[in-house]
Design a protein around this ligand. Sequence first.
Ligand code: HPA
Length: 255
Amino acid sequence: MKFAIIGGTGVYDVASKTRVEQVTTPYGDVEVDIQNIEGKDIIFLARHGKQHSTPPHMINFKANMWALKELGVKFVYATAAVGSCNSNFKPGDIVVFNDFLDFTKVRPITFYDGNEGVIHTSMADPYCQNLRKLFITAAKEEGVKIAGEGIYVCTEGPRFETSAEIRMFQKMGGDVVGMTNVPEVVLAKELEMCYAAVGIITNWCTGLGEELDKEEILSAVERNKAALTNLFIKIFVTNNLSQEQCHCKGALMKL
Ligand code: HPA
């Protein structure tokens, strides 16, 4: 059984890596770092590439998720930089996503294009209940403050949102906004992996505060990344994780 951490903006590697592996998939090659901790392989994947060279709309999500599956991964934690459109969540806070609103436009959205019949995947619980619960408990134990759970709005990017779009997302119940979690979370579910994602709030969304500032975005991530990756690793190492405690396995319906 293997475990993975997908690092978003500003989170490009784990503190010490043991080996680099190149995985060939039907969608392209993916490079990952693999660290063996207490007999468990923990795979680290930099979503935008280690040099942050892949913009959100160009990320090869299908190759990334297929590579993790190919490596035997069943449990994934991801980080993502997000803007906040909820006044309860401020820059620097950590938010656990509990649902999403999808405003992407032209991305590949599925592994199932009809070759295996018509497959629909349940999104009743897109982010694994069990991984979310374990993360919130571990954060309390380790004294890492979590601002709460929230609904993630995914935009296509790479542009930021307009003020009008942000007002619309607020009315729809969105809490935080980013450009990468869809289709990542969907593809994880299609491959029956348990997946949870944690947002690091880097800014107020457009129209809600100061102009976006690159240094502020990176420093919010910098302050939180070690705490988050350490928590993920602790959860993977100290728990006997099983897919019996959630609905991620078996979320596919074939019609
Ligand atoms: N909007 C979209 N994606 C983001 C933002 C934002 O305000 N901040 C960090 N990623």
